[in-house]
Structures are given as C-alpha cells and as structure tokens.
Design a protein around this ligand. Sequence first.
Ligand SMILES: Nc1ncnc2c1ncn2[C@@H]1O[C@H](COP(=O)(O)OP(=O)(O)OP(=O)(O)O)[C@@H](O)[C@H]1O
Ligand SMILES: [Mg+2]
Length: 463
Amino acid sequence: MNGRALVLVVDDDASLRETLSLLLSGLGHEVVTASDVASALAEAGRHDFDLVLTDLRMPRGSGLDLVAALHEASPSLPVLVLTAYGSIQTAVDAMRLGAVDYVTKPFDNADLTMRIRRALERERLRMENDYLRAATRQGVGFGAIVGHSAAIETVFGLIERVAATDSAVLVTGETGTGKEMVAREIHLRSPRSAKLLVPVHIASIPSELLESELFGHEKGAFTGATASGPGLFEVADGGTLLLDEIGEAPMHLQPKLLRVLQDGVVRRVGGTRERRVDVRLVSATNRDLKALIEEKAFRADLYYRLDVIGIRVPPLRERMEDILPLTAHFVDEFAGRLGRGPMSVSKQALRLLEAYHWPGNVRELRNAVERAVVLARGDVLETSLFDLGIVLEEKAAAASHDSEAAPDAEDAAVPLSDMVSQFERDTIFAALARAGGVKRHAAELLGLNERTFWYKLRKYGGS
Ligand SMILES: Nc1ncnc2c1ncn2[C@@H]1O[C@H](COP(=O)(O)OP(=O)(O)OP(=O)(O)O)[C@@H](O)[C@H]1O
Ligand SMILES: [Mg+2]
C-alpha cells in the first residue's frame, strides 16, 4: 500500500486513541476511531478500511470477538492488535483468529510504526498478487478479447459457433464495447482467415463516394475516375467484409447492398458487368436498427439480411467482473509500451473503477488506464491518477470515506504550492510521531519555536 491508507483505531482509552491517531496521521494515513466492539463493527460496515488497530481488552465485548468478526466479514483486512504486557497468550489467540501482528503495551513508536508499515505492505503485496493472477489470467478471454464474465462468455460462445459458417452477422452494442474486436475474432476463427478482413467505416466515407468505394468503378464513371478500380467487396473476395457503423448507411446505398447480399454479385459504378464475389459480411452498429426502421431511415429487408445472426456485446457496466482483468491487461500493455516495470492498481482505485458507469465502455477504460500509467510516478496506480470526472467523485464521496476522491501526492497535476504544503504537513506529523506526540519536542526536532509549530499544526488540522 502506497500513500494514504484508511485505518480504524479501536481502544476504550481516549488518550491512547488520540496518540494512535496522531501517529497514524503523521504517517499520512486517515483515521477513524471507535471506543468499543459494537461501534468498531459499525464503522467497519461503513468504511472499507485498509488496516485495523485494536486493543484486546475492552469493556462490552472482547477485542478477540472483534478480530474474529472482522476476519469473518473481510478475511483480507489486516488487523493489528495491541495487548497489555504479560498477556502474550491473548495475542496468540488473536493471531489464531486472524490478526496479522501484535504489539505489546506500552508500545514503542518506532516499533509500532514499523509494524503498521509492514501490515499495510503485506496488504499491498496481496493485492499485487491478485492483480498478477488476473494479469496471467489474460488467457481467460478469447483471442485478443479479455474478459471472463458470464455476459462476455456468451459472446465468446456465439463467435465460436458463427465463425465456422458463412452467415451474415450483425454485431450490436454501445460505443467502445469491442464490436470491432468481435468482428476480427470471427474472421480469425473462420475458414476465411487466410484471406483479408476488410473494414469499412461507413460513417467516415463521404456519402457520394461510398458506392464506388464498396463496389468499384469503371473508367469515366464520374469526374476524376481516370482509371477503373475494384471496390472493397472485390478486395475482400474470399475473406470478410466488415461494414462498421452500418446504421449510417445512406438510404440510396441500401438497395445496392441488398442486391449484393441476395445475388452475390457486384457491379462497378459506370459498368455493366456483374462480378461474382465470395464475401462473408459482418456488420456492426451502436444504433438501434429497429428504431431506424420505424423512422424509415433503414430498410427492413436489408436489416433481415444483415442480422441472420445477431451478437450483442454488453456494455461494461453489465459485466463489472471484467473490469479487473481488463485493467490488468491495459496496465500491462501501457507499462510495457512505456518501458516501465510491472505496475499494479491500488485497492481503492480498483474500487473506483468498479463503481464507475463507463459510458464509453472498454475504450474509455483503456484511455483512463493509459493516462494513469503515463502520469504515475510510482509503480502503484492510485485513485487520484484516474480522472473519471465529477460523477465518479460524487459517487466516491457518497460511497466511502472522503479521502477516496481527494488528490494525493501521486497526482502529477498538483500545483507546486500544494506539493510544498503536503510536504510540510507530512514533515510536521512525522516529527510529532517521532516525539511521541509531545508538541514541544516535535517543535525542537524541526528547529521551530513552539508558537510557529502550533500555528502550522493547526493549519494542517493537527490540533
Ligand atoms: N474485451 C476486450 N479486451 C481487450 N480490449 C478491448 C476489449 N473490448 C474493447 N477493447 C478495446 O477497446 C477499444 C474499443 O474497441 P472496439 O473498437 O472494438 O469497440 P467498438 O464497439 O467497435 O466501438 P465503436 O462503437 O466506437 O466503434 C479498442 O482499443 C479495443 O482494443
Ligand atoms: Mg467500432
């Protein structure tokens, strides 16, 4: 765990809670406190903590019960127990119940700090392992298409079945869901894979040129047609033609497409000869073709020819299980391209990615990961590197602790003055921790007079 962690401190002794809070905030972490088992469990239900520090002896329920309950509710949440000197047996019991470490009271600040670091580091390694496992599961997917949700596996099954046939396929789905990838995978797995897959992005070709692009033209067919040339149907002969954004096909083109589909022949613009073409047609669209038919913007007869087999690629928000493997895949991709070592994603960041609604689907996720990898200074992608817009920040603030959406020192877009303040704040809290919470000593450590120290401490919310 790099950077800021969210820590729950449980102790019935208010002054100890305060000391521990200061120590933890000095280390740059966020703290929530609870004074007994019941309120600790309530807090644990409200926040997603990275670490719990708890006393074992408390009124109204024992710390051991808390350890057991926390371990049951979230087995991966590290719990560090504080135990009175001389009650090692209780500490051992706590470890059996799932605590990761223990510290005897009265504790030494340096020792406690080291153990906190270690517990958080262990959590980070565990996450990295999860991440690595997901990354090596990249095989889980279908060719280049990453994913293992039930929804995407349905798509894989359809690809497999249609690939062997020559039937026309219509791939539908929102923008960025991977329709083009599905079309490519169909081609690759088909008996036509040795021949070309020719993609035509219908919306990007001027309407008046579409016909000659698709069907070719003879010399003199129109101004500028100084030589004859084949169209993309002929180029794709023996292979697959991908009509992307078929919903944008102009009305005048549609009967001509229908004819090729019915008769398997094309006639070049300005020509008379019919040429036989053996082309498998895959079309894709993010539009609702049935609605276009209602609006008389799409021909029903063409639609039925194109949609012999329909494959709907579900939006990313309907297959949240794919976010982890996709993120791992893209992190690897961009870390590799930028020549960086292995990188991982923090637990909070992953949670945010999973909470977002992804209107731009996989493409948007890929772009977000690229941006985060480019901006990252360390090897862990933190929440602040993912710029997912206002919607996400609101969600995060509502869903969990407000530290989630707050930018931290990882963000490359932080102005210098903020970085300086952050540094000053960290230094002050670190000194305070080293001085065991005694402000006068902390001021001495920093070579500040006590008043200046007090002023700065208040400025950073430390008193
Ligand atoms: N399951 C996936 N695994 C890996 N990469 C994916 C996956 N789905 C989409 N992508 C990537 O996301 C981007 C968008 O995919 P693609 O172009 O296939 O989407 P599309 O549905 O055709 O989008 P549009 O409607 O905008 O044309 C591409 O960079 C693609 O490589
Ligand atoms: Mg596309």
